[in-house]
Write a protein that binds this ligand. Structure first.
Ligand code: C2E
Ligand code: MG
Ligand code: MG
Length: 591
């Protein structure tokens, strides 16, 4: 029997054949879907999505990646996914390039910031003029030193230096010269202190601060400061100008347990102002009394403007005598201030305060007016015995006033005084600096017929050139030279040369501060013609000095002086006899 397929068989097999590929396709589809879902979960299981997303997020922060869809697409249609990814990668590449260029400029900006930061630091901690550390740097350094003291550092001292007369240098020579002076001072500090353990700063203005560390003893700070001052007190050659301003200093020693850097600096600064008040060019070591003295100075500065109005000022008169005859040839008017509460205040204390402001001009005018009025009064009352010359001190600031000579002329005319009976005393600081301007003012004064004297010669850095250069009538030798005249060969030699020089120039030589007869004898031998000092009379009231007009000096009345005769040796013997008698009487009285 043959087995031929029947038509129904054929129909069944065709239907089966058609169902088979369809089933197959479904199985494939299910397999792909299952594979896709399996790989999707597999990726989940090993955090692949998160990592990839995180990576992309950090690179681009671009939220256009639909990663889940992309992965499904990649599984379903790799070609379309590849095109899609390619396009995304191109975009990403462009994005990265853009970021790179931004990063480049960011880097450049960063470098600029780094440079600016160091420049800013430099500006914040350094002084532009001298390149030295500034106030901030100084305080930080000091704070670090006192809060973390190092036992090996030894003693630490703070020295505050102030350039003297700095404002004057600026006024006279201009700000550029003032700047040069500060730079030159900074250089000198560095040179003098190069071998010493120091930190040098310029906290501002005309001030410098030096922290001296590793000192063996406190007095070492004084020795170092003296060396620095010696250097700063020498003249500075600044281009066309020669400036001789000098400096003063205040020292404070850092004690264990001191915590406040600013207070330490203030103490040193106060000591420096004390040094300036004592006549500049020197140093003072801080002590707590300085605070009290500064308080007094502040009080005097506050009250001084009222002194004229309250009639608290007066002039005391000190005789100037001929050393050969003992006769009074002139008087010097010396200013006095009797403060309502504090009592008498010496000119050494209040004139520098007045000089710090324009008050000295008002006070100076008062002195001229009162001195001339007193002379006129004496000439009227004592025509033959009134002092030949009234010498009045003129301060530097007053001297540089262009109308000084007119002012003097006006007062002289007002009191109808012979102009050559008035003498103006100036100190070297009046002509120090601009000698030509000083010469013009001196000529104007001389044109009024008034006499001119240089005061305190030999106290500072006086030069003989000044004596020849300026049209002066009198040279007053400072007490420091006179005191040594009898026992120092150097002082004697200087005085002798001066005496020879002035004789040739027809200038009078007056020795100031004569206190004993040995000095008179020595001065006479050296050729000095005139003298002033306690030996002949202290500064006194007009009434007291009037008693001396008719007689000789030595602080005695006319009758007393005549008893001494003319020789100074006789006078010395008589004077000593008198002193002995007075001492004996005093001793008897005390018993
Ligand atoms: P000066 O012009 O050199 O005056 C001389 C000073 O020496 C006076 O001090 C006087 O009292 C003092 N003296 C005089 N003989 C002796 C002595 O034998 N021994 C000692 N130890 N001292 C003696 P005083 O009156 O205290 O004046 C000090 C300075 O104040 C003056 O020095 C002068 O520079 C200034 N001064 C005084 N009055 C005026 C003024 O009216 N105007 C200005 N600008 N300055 C004045
Ligand atoms: Mg004087
Ligand atoms: Mg003097």
């Amino acid at each position: 029997m043959s087995s031929q397929p029947t038509s129904s068989d054929e129909g069944a097999s065709v239907g089966e054949k058609r169902a088979l590929p369809r089933r197959q396709a479904w199985i494939d589809l299910w397999a792909i879907a299952a594979g896709g879902i399996a790989s999707f979960f597999l990726c989940y299981a090993c955090d692949a999505w998160e990592r990839f997303s995180a990576f992309v997020a950090t690179v681009s922060a671009w939220d256009g990646w639909h990663l889940h869809e992309l992965m499904i697409l990649a599984m379903l249609s790799p070609a379309v996914a590849a095109v899609f990814v390619y396009r995304r990668l191109r975009e990403l590449d462009a994005l990265l390039r853009e970021r790179e260029s931004q990063f480049g400029s960011l880097q450049a900006a960063h470098e600029t910031i780094v440079v600016s930061k160091s420049t800013l630091h430099d500006q914040a901690y350094h002084d532009r003029l001298t390149g030295l550390p500034n106030h901030h740097a100084l305080v930080e350094r000091l704070e670090a030193m006192i809060t973390q003291p190092n036992a090996a550092d030894g003693i630490t001292a703070i020295v505050y230096f102030g350039v003297d007369n700095f404002k004057r240098v600026n006024d006279h020579f201009g700000l550029p010269t003032g700047d040069k002076l500060l730079q030159a001072a900074a250089e000198r500090l560095a040179v003098v202190l190069r071998d010493v353990n120091t930190f040098i700063a310029r906290p501002g203005g005309d001030k410098f601060v030096v922290i001296l560390s590793a000192l063996k003893q406190a007095t070492d700070a004084e020795a170092v400061t003296a060396r620095v001052l010696e250097s700063l007190n020498k003249p500075f050659d600044l281009g066309a100008s020669r400036v001789n301003s000098g400096a003063s200093a205040g020292i404070t020693i850092v004690e264990a347990g001191q915590q406040d850097a600013t207070e330490l600096l203030h103490d040193a600064e106060k000591a420096m102002y004390e040094a300036k008040g004592m006549g500049r060019g020197r140093f003072v070591v801080f002590d707590p009394d300085i605070r009290e003295r500064l308080r007094r100075r502040a009080r005097l500065a506050r009250d001084l403007p009222l002194a004229v109005a309250r009639e608290e000022l007066s002039l005391a008169y000190q005789p100037i005598v001929s050393l050969s005859s003992g006769a009074m040839t002139g008087v010097e008017g010396l200013l006095r201030w009797r403060h309502g509460e504090l009592g008498p205040i010496g000119p050494g204390e209040f004139i520098p305060l007045a000089e710090e402001t324009d008050l000295i001009l008002e006070i100076g005018a008062w002195v001229l007016e009162h001195g001339c009025r007193q002379l006129a009064n004496w000439i009227a009352r004592f025509p033959s015995s009134a002092p030949q010359v009234m010498s009045l001190n003129v301060s530097r600031k007053q001297f540089s006033q262009p109308d000084l000579s007119e002012q003097i002329g006006r007062v002289i005319r007002e009191y109808a005084l012979p102009p050559d009976r008035v003498q103006v005393e100036i100190t070297e600081d009046a002509y120090l600096g601009d000698a030509q301007a000083a010469l013009r003012i001196m000529r104007d004064i001389k044109a009024q017929g008034v006499k001119l004297a240089i005061d305190d010669f030999g106290a500072g850095s006086s030069t003989l050139a000044a004596v020849q250069q300026f049209p002066i009538d009198t040279l007053k030798v400072d007490r420091s030279l006179v005191t040594d005249a009898a026992n120092s060969a150097d002082s004697a030699a200087i005085l002798h040369s001066l005496a020879v020089l002035v004789r040739n120039l027809n200038v009078k030589l007056v020795a100031e501060g004569i206190e004993d007869i040995e000095q008179v004898i020595a001065l006479q031998e050296l050729g000095c013609q005139y003298g002033q000092g306690y030996l002949f009379g202290r500064p006194m009231t007009p009434e007291a000095i009037e008693e001396m007009f008719a007689g000789s000096s030595l602080g005695l009345t006319a009758s007393g002086a005549s008893a001494f005769g003319n020789s100074w040796e006789h006078r010395l013997a008589a004077f000593q006899r008198l002193e002995l008698e007075e001492a004996t009487q005093a001793a008897n009285g005390a018993r």
